[in-house]
Design a binder for this molecule. Sequence first.
Ligand code: ADP
Length: 603
Amino acid sequence: MSSVPSPTIAARAGAFVQVLRRVLRLAAPYFSSDEEKWRARLMFAGIVALNLAYVYALVLFNQWYGRFYDGLQNKDAVVFWREIRVFAWLAFFNIAIQVAKFYLTQLLQLRWRSWMTRHYLGRWMADRTFYHLELARYAHADGATPDNPDQRIQEDMQMFTNATMTLSMEILNAVVTLLSFIGILWGLSGTFDLSLGGSTYQVAGSMVWLALVYCVVGTIITHFIGRPLIGLNFRQQRFEADFRHHLVRVREYSEAIALDRGETVERGQLDTRFGAVLRNYLQLIKKQKNLVTFTAMFGQASVIFPFIVSAPRFFSGAIQLGALIQISSAFDKVQESLSWFVANYDRVAVWRATTDRLISFDDAMRAHAAREDALQREEGAAVLGTSDLTLALPNGTQLLAGAALAVRPGDSVLLQGPSGSGKSTLFRAFAGIWPFARGKVQAPADAVFMPQRPYLPDGKLREALTYPHPAAGFSDDQLRQALADALLPDLVNRLDDSDAWSQKLSGGEQQRLAIARVLLKKPAWLFADEVTSALDAPAEAVLYQRLADTVRAGGGAMVSIAHRPAVGDFHGQRWTLVPQDESAAGGARYRLDTSTAAQAAAT
Ligand code: ADP
């Protein structure tokens, strides 16, 4: 240990300050929230007070040791029985503090986690952040956008609130214990003679200096033995997550894997991933074994070390048995607080990683909230209209530039174009959810957008049918009628059955359920994206007629995306996305040709 380069220390201190700033940024909103701040601060103050009281109890116990052992040494029965009574009081006080400390800390952690989780859920769900973060994730593969928001919200917040509370209180305890017991140890220490360059100095607080040297040496050795643990712990978490992720994928794609007879491949993949878990864990155990060996030795030696160094003073009669016992217990406390970082640095490392993950999630949500919408959208118009509408992909490629479109009540438009030309994306822009659109959109309020793959929540059929509206708003007769009209007679009597509908129903049944939803809600405007692609031709004709009738009755209009020619029968106009040279005006890949009329609308 000749010289430690100072830039490293400066860099470490800088990193530490940065970590503290991030923790404050994550923690501050709760402790300054309108609804919780006073309760939170009061509980926090209570916990700090209980921790201080806990250290105070330790000091009282240390003094008690002094009196009790002196009494024993002097064979003084009066002192002995008095101190037994004192001990009973002290023990009662100590137990009460520990219980209150545990309960209050848990309660604050729970309230904090619940506030933080709700707060983040609100931000994640607001303003379509959940959707845009997913889009952004695929746009920048550099990891700038956080992965797995589910893990952030469910696991990281629990870990963050928990670890922040426990670690900060443990540090507070260690510091206060250290200060109190250094004082005690100093008072009990003798002086020792130090000869330096011919002259002799009397040094006070000998036991304190010995404790310091003992712990510094111990800390340095532990640091070198324990260092590999941090990296191994990180990798362990990742390997476990990979293994679990693959298991979930097998479950999700169970049918496709079974059809492909992919069991052997999947089994091999799972074995590989589980093998990584085990190999890393074995390494972890080996490194931990070294650390345990050293810390056990260090702990054992610290029992005997203070006795050995104080023995000469005890045998010469300079100190009594009580003082000797007090020294050993004070030395133990000082040693324990000085070694806090050593004993806990893998916990600190996990907590830091959690903090970093939450910060990146927070950053992404802030950036999203601060962005300017390039698309001006006006809802509640009597028509659907766009002006100067430009559509791009997340990577910046322009699909369509400067489109001016209009759909009036009574219109019915069939939108066609090659696969991947941006038909669905145009619908996303109409709905105002596509963040890579520019220009102006006016849209009617009473509109339903039907995506290619409908979302069917797990649970009761009636809830899947009325989603996202509460099922209670519709009578059983209405629901049954809608199912019957959508050619789902088999489901009519299963309104209260619960199931994973998106897995159990066939593709065509799912599309019919989505159509039943529209027939139930009767919107005036309908935007339908390939909504009959999995149906047979006769069913398609019947259901498209019903959709067209619904829209006409509502006084609105219908815009459809469909490849099948028969769907054209239900539409009066046709828009076609035509590929164009990207060097053409606007620099987009496609232009929208609105001049062609579809077949005369069937009425
Ligand atoms: P269409 O409906 O005409 O088949 P889409 O509008 O679904 O086409 O998609 C248009 C283009 O945008 C396709 O090339 C598709 O790969 C791309 N695209 C769609 N969604 C995303 C996304 N989230 N991230 C990146 N590219 C996307």
